[in-house]
Design a protein around this ligand. Sequence first.
Ligand SMILES: Nc1nc2c(c(=O)[nH]1)N(C=O)[C@@H](CNc1ccc(C(=O)N[C@@H](CCC(=O)O)C(=O)O)cc1)CN2
Ligand SMILES: Nc1ncnc2c1ncn2[C@@H]1O[C@H](COP(=O)(O)OP(=O)(O)OP(=O)(O)O)[C@@H](O)[C@H]1O
Length: 212
Amino acid sequence: MVLPSVSPKSEIRAHIRSVRRGLPPDVRANADRSLAARAAELILQAGARTVAAYVPLALEPGGPHLVAALAAAAERLLLPVLLDDNDLDWAVYDGHFGTGRLGLQEPTGPRLGVAAVATAELVLLPGLAVAADGTRLGQGGGSYDRVLPRVQAPTIVLLYPGEILPELPREPHDQRVCGALPGYDNAHVHWTKGCPMPHHWHSKYQSASDGG
Ligand SMILES: Nc1nc2c(c(=O)[nH]1)N(C=O)[C@@H](CNc1ccc(C(=O)N[C@@H](CCC(=O)O)C(=O)O)cc1)CN2
Ligand SMILES: Nc1ncnc2c1ncn2[C@@H]1O[C@H](COP(=O)(O)OP(=O)(O)OP(=O)(O)O)[C@@H](O)[C@H]1O
């Protein structure tokens, strides 16, 4: 189905969620494995010591092994804690989870404050789709629209195949992301026009299969 760019965000969310629900388990598992491997590789290639990421929900790209793969590659992995106003606090992943608001799996260690995400050298974030101009469609809480202005580092959304779109509806508060990982084997980061990317990032973040 081709979605007109005028579809309201809610319709596009519903469509992508339903496609995600219908993904055959082996397709999902392959994409999750590929995303976890590529994301860990990016951390190592970029030399990012502190990384901010997320704990995938049942239907979200990355799957149940993402956090362990990232924790093995990063020195310090920050995971979000959803606050009452939908802003995100952060804590270092120490191998333990508790259940937070909306049933989210969250780190149980000391909360570092909303500004702690600024210490990340790479931010991997969830989303339902990313457009060529860097517009990101999320779950609808507006959490990352608050988080992204605090971040200087590359911001990369993990997606399933087909979720990088030509365009998405934009509202004034929508913050752009730098890139997306599309979830097929050995995929490169798809860089958007969404953030001014210093030239040295290109070589740091290109995939090993580029010879870089
Ligand atoms: N795995 C994961 N962790 C995450 C996120 C995520 O998308 N995925 N978040 C990403 O931000 C944050 C929490 N996500 C949220 C998602 C929805 C709403 C929310 O209030 N949703 C409304 C509207 C939904 C809609 O319009 O469809 C609701 O549920 O009523 C709030 C926070 C932090 N952690
Ligand atoms: N900087 C902000 N401060 C306060 N509220 C905000 C801010 N940005 C967005 N919001 C609120 O969040 C609501 C949802 O925004 P939007 O639909 O863009 O979420 P999203 O980016 O898809 O969600 P998420 O980032 O949580 O995955 C907006 O209607 C708005 O009320």
